[in-house]
Write a protein that binds this ligand. Structure first.
Ligand code: FAD
Length: 286
């Protein structure tokens, strides 16, 4: 179903997965996908390496597996380190597999890799996708502002360029304080951004994730979140349960505020996705 139609009728509920670093873990992700598919998400998006690291070769195979399960796959496509020809090849391969829903991204700038610059911004890729054919196009947005932008206001100005270029819907970066989302949504609407905005929710359920949050994520960590993480960081089971409960609390508040959709960063963990899906099924039409 086209994204535009999907958002008309319900609170969209989607998942994100990433390709494992090693091909030896492929069976593990395929098993996880089967379990995620049983939770009936509206789509599953698959991350794609911006180049230089990661395992983007597997992304198309994973997206194909999602499609074979009867769930709509959304292929992430970061453009900054790829030539137009490489993007064309990926798009042709995606289309040949029936994958026509793309999350168009710039990708992070890696100081060790000089950008290719055939596409400097996600908006360039979005215009290109629009010129090429009938793609469903999603784009990223940042409730606390993108780290490269001078201010949230400037980032929203740039977001408007992406939407005007043809993005059908938006998915946010993770956040732990819904106040940022409400503020962002209001400012985006005031700028004339009128496509659906899905809220990206990351359940933080293990110590490695906490460390990553603190050092690299850039999202504000509210006192309530920090307190929970500090209290349970040495108790894996309690931390998992607390992380799940925190995400559920965020989702229920978002649903009560008529969010367009929830995009769950599953970290390839079907147990966590299942617990959350069970808890929120009544408040969003999962
Ligand atoms: P852009 O929209 O190009 O924005 C980047 C910066 O440029 C911002 O500061 C913006 O304000 C500014 N800007 C945007 N357009 C213009 C313009 N036309 N003129 C001037 N300035 C402009 N990365 C991956 O490598 N692989 C993934 O699979 C992946 N998945 C993601 C999924 C989601 C939901 C999100 C939120 C992020 C994901 N990322 C992924 C990370 C993303 O690639 C980085 O956040 C990257 O730094 C910015 O990508 P973007 O598409 O938002 O860039």
């Amino acid at each position: 179903m086209k994204a535009k139609e999907l958002f008309k009728n319900k609170t969209v509920y989607s998942f994100e997965v990433f390709p494992p670093k090693s091909t030896s873990s492929v069976e593990v992700i395929y098993k996880a996908l089967d379990q995620l598919g049983d939770l009936h998400p509206d789509f599953i998006s698959v991350t794609f390496s911006a180049g230089g690291s990661g395992n983007s070769g597997l992304a198309l195979d994973i997206a194909s597996k999602v499609k074979a399960m009867g769930v709509t796959p959304v292929l992430h496509l970061p453009c900054i380190n790829y030539t137009r020809e490489q993007i064309d090849d990926t798009l042709a391969e995606a289309q040949s597999r029936g994958i026509d829903h793309i999350l168009a991204l710039r990708g992070d700038i890696n100081p060790d890799i000089p950008p290719v610059k055939d596409f400097a911004h996600a908006s360039d890729l979005i215009s290109y996708l629009r010129s090429k054919g009938d793609f469903d196009i999603a784009a990223a947005c940042y409730p606390e502002g993108h780290p490269d932008a001078e201010s949230l206001e400037q980032d929203i100005e740039n977001l408007k360029i992406k939407v005007d270029a043809g993005a059908d819907h938006l998915i946010t970066q993770l956040f732990f304080d819904n106040t940022f989302f409400w503020n962002f949504r209001e400012k985006a609407a005031a700028k004339g951004i009128n496509v659906p905005i899905e809220a990206g929710i990351m359940p933080v359920v293990n110590k490695k994730q906490i460390e990553r949050m603190v050092t690299t994520c850039g999202a504000s960590l509210p006192q309530k979140f920090v307190k929970i993480m500090q209290k349970y960081e040495h108790n894996p089971e309690a931390l998992r349960d607390a992380g799940i409960a925190y995400a559920i609390d965020q989702i229920i508040d978002l649903a009560a505020g008529d969010v367009d959709g929830i995009h769950l960063y599953t970290m390839n963990n079907p147990y966590v996705a299942q617990k959350i899906s069970e808890a929120v099924s009544g408040v969003i039409s999962v």
